[in-house]
Design a protein around this ligand. Sequence first.
Ligand code: ASP
Length: 436
Amino acid sequence: MGLKVLKFGGSSVADGIQLTKTRNIIEADPDRRYVVVSAPGKRFEIDNKVTDLLYLCYTHMEQNLPYDQVFQVIADRFTAECLNLDIDVDLQGELDTIMDNMKKGCSRDYIASRGEYLSAIVTAAYLGVDFVDTANLILFDKKNRLLEEETNEALSEELAKHERAVIPGFYGSSAETGEIVTFSRGGSDITGALVARATKADVYENWTDVSGFLMADPRIVKDPRPIDRISYKELRELSYMGASVLHEDAIYPCRTANIPINIRNTNIPDDPGTIITADVEISDRVVTGIAGSKDFAVIAIYKNMLSKEKGFFRRLLMILEDFNLSLEHMPTGIDTVSLVISNKAIDGRLDEIVDEIQSQLKPDNIETFEDISLIATVGAGMSFRSGVSATLFTALAEAGVNIRMIDQGSSEMNIIVGVATSDFNKAIRAIYQAFA
Ligand code: ASP
């Protein structure tokens, strides 16, 4: 018998109708033994996610404002679900405990985690399988960093005792204090990946509300082609640029254990979705996906004989470190170097940074461009082919897009261009059309 770990996102457990679809999916395949759930998400466009409401309760608590009404909205959602699906569980007892803990002044992470906790208890009862809490299984150190080995051991030891289980996503606890600690938002994906690794699953199915990854953002390109297979590395490049379907940190546990991740759509379960694996066979596909991210600044520095000057780059990078800035890209030319930094990190300090570079490194000239967008064209197949960059640059030229910066990683899996933000959509469409 095989073993599949499934994770259902917020929209897949948003209400009774969605939970019924979830159950049908789980019961359609006996290998689907371990199920990780998120907190209920939005049921319609202007609805609230349970996790957001829980954070709101905490904000009210902090400000000494009443939070009962907000909590009641959450309680009502779970109660309605249990009534509609005739789920036999002591929901009131659970809600009372949470309310008591809130009155005692519990932590922000504790409150935030209760959406997943209740969601897993209800789902387990609905499926008639064990509920396994992750509070003492997913462990964090003092700085809230995941303790990889301890977590892996604790999860595999506990789950071996359960033939099937429903597991809450998003949280664990501090190994030292036992207090609840959550991952960053969207972190149930990470729980799913950790469970998949701990149980040595054959596949990690991540069920959401889209049928996997598309070659480009559908808000920019009309009906982009779905990506049926993608490698972890390609995905990393695309998610860095903002293609978000899966939490970034969910990739590592599966990658190290060589477990494929299959993104699937709960609303269209027959769609095969996207499979993410270590290697993807290079077929005739050159470009796997195109993703972009707005809001960068470029500081372009010119200095005659720059490359001969010892310590120039070290001193430049130290200035960035002093400003606590991380660098996104640093394309270089013979006498030039450009720094690409997000505007968020710069945080209004561009003039100060430029002054510091000017006074310490005495360049001949410094230019800054503030409204730059980066677009990554990613594909493992690119390194085996010639003419890819020619096609890309021709497409951009024909669309009238001026390229401000070019960077190609040494993996040759990725060409990044910087364009004016006003050209962002036009550039993505042009690249898509050239390679789709
Ligand atoms: N419920 C949490 C969030 O909204 C975690 C998750 O859904 O993965 O971020």
